[in-house]
Ligand binder design. Sequence first.
Ligand SMILES: Nc1ncnc2c1ncn2[C@@H]1O[C@H](COP(=O)(O)OP(=O)(O)OP(=O)(O)O)[C@@H](O)[C@H]1O
Length: 248
Amino acid sequence: MTGAGVAVELDAVSVVLDGSTLLTPTSAAVPAGGTLVVRGPNGSGKSTLLRVVAGVRAPTTGTATVDGRAPDPRRRAFRQLVAGTVESPVPARDLTLAEHVALVATTWGTPVRAARTFATELLGRLGVAELAARFPHELSSGQTQLAAIAVVLARPSALLLLDEPEQRLDADRVATVAELLAERRAAGTTLLVATHSDALEAALGGPVLRLVPAVPGAPDDVPDNDVADDDGPDDDVPDASADGRSDA
Ligand SMILES: Nc1ncnc2c1ncn2[C@@H]1O[C@H](COP(=O)(O)OP(=O)(O)OP(=O)(O)O)[C@@H](O)[C@H]1O
């Protein structure tokens, strides 16, 4: 369930929609097989950034590339490279949790029997083996989050885009998810993970891109969001430059 990683490059990417700034200009480079953790307070643009990389939101300015090309989910080669939780999966009401995982694995080339075994093992790793025969509407919100992560991990990917995978999970489950992600990275997959979790950031290691929310009416000549070399501010403490915006 792995693939050689691909590089991601963001060059002064911003997103503006109907006059509202969703993402201020942001630059970052993630090498193939590397990890980038994206932090920032609510509304700072983390999901928007992931959506740009996933190719479901076009940048207003700047350029984004995955493996040297513009993200485009209409391209099969792109879909083969990129998996993630940028958009909520649409569960099938008549498939159990194990069947969802096995189905995704088979659609990406795993033989049926191996896919069933894989599903059992993965759900066991996530600590939800006993939920294998449950239907989607029979899961708690945290279990639904684990199901979404299991489905994403059921297929090979060269780039994993995860939007706050820690949501609704207890600390042990966050640690387990971090472990699984580290295994994927060790196998070569590039990771781009937006999170509010200090624990997940610490477990993943690697550079951190700290986003600062747009300030309506702020001047255009503010520095871009960029990857910091040192520890930046906590999520709920935006950098206190004169205009409330900063680059790290
Ligand atoms: N479709 C949209 N139209 C207008 N504004 C939007 C739209 N989607 C998001 N926004 C705004 O863009 C900004 C960035 O949103 P985004 O979801 O990327 O932030 P985030 O950092 O992921 O936030 P959170 O931590 O709360 O998940 C927010 O101010 C949000 O209100």
